[in-house]
Design a protein around this ligand. Structure first.
Ligand code: MTE
Ligand code: MO
Length: 238
């Protein structure tokens, strides 16, 4: 884990502008990654995205943040706002979320760049429970996620968001989610590449269309099913 931290330390000076320029080289994915990597090495030699994370890393997590710094929020100052096309918008505290029924999933975490952490426990509130509590309006089609890093966004279709394996996660690896892993609350979209699992979750907005998230603007699939989208073509082994 210690060496992974270095990705955070030096990673953020590489701006989106660099990426947008480099993306002209072709579709984003493993094929384009070496070109992207060369471009990045030329600028800062660091990668805020995971795009250079192509080497196996011994089964550990890597730290990613597209934001240079992220405020540390605790139970006292964390809030999750649920709104948009709903009848009952609501803002949850961490205590509110902890008081709701918790679901537990133990699945593999798979980053689009190739690293994987098998059998990782996540616990939290099913997103479908929060959507039901909010009363999704008939015109709604999708859900948009925002983060208190002020930068990252994600989206799911309403059908995807209602899956039982999509959590507003409070715990990971049987511990409260640490700041680095997106705590106190992150999204966990088990069947999709880990970029869908927005860290530092602060907003859930029900919308009438899918608004592509941060990486999706840069070429990644919105429907990020592991093994069935543009990250990889091979299915993980469990
Ligand atoms: N807010 C936010 N969420 C994010 C990211 C990010 O940069 N910012 N990176 C995504 C990517 S690409 C991955 S692989 C995982 C990394 O999670 P970890 O830092 O807990 O390993 O978070 C995802 N969620
Ligand atoms: Mo990732």
């Amino acid at each position: 884990m210690t060496s992974e931290r270095s990705e955070e330390q030096g990673g953020t000076p590489v701006g989106r502008r660099v990426f947008l320029g480099t993306l002209g080289l072709g579709a984003l994915g493993l094929v384009a990654a070496p070109a992207l990597q060369r471009g990045l090495d030329g600028v800062a030699g660091q990668d805020p995205t995971g795009l250079t994370g192509l080497l196996p890393n011994g089964g550990g997590f890597r730290y990613y943040s597209v934001a240079a710094s992220v405020p540390r929020l605790t139970a006292a100052d964390y809030h999750l706002k649920v709104g948009g096309l709903v009848d009952r918008p609501h803002t949850y505290t961490l205590a509110d979320l902890r008081a709701l029924p918790q679901a537990r999933l133990v699945k593999d975490v798979q980053c689009v760049t190739g690293w994987r952490v098998p059998g990782t426990p996540f616990e939290g509130v099913r997103l479908s429970d929060l959507l039901d509590a909010a009363g999704v309006r008939p015109t709604a089609k999708a859900v948009h996620f925002t983060c208190f890093d002020g930068a990252y966004t994600e989206s799911l279709t309403l059908d995807q968001a209602r899956r039982p394996d999509v959590l507003v996660a409070l715990r990971m690896q049987d511990k409260d989610i640490s700041h680095d892993h997106g705590g106190p609350v992150r999204l966990y979209v088990a069947p999709m590449y880990f970029y869908k699992s927005a860290k530092w979750l602060s907003g859930i907005t029900v919308t009438d269309h899918v608004q592509p998230g941060y990486w999706e603007h840069l070429g990644y699939d919105v429907d990020a099913w592991v093994g069935r989208s543009n990250g990889r073509t091979d299915e993980p082994t469990s």
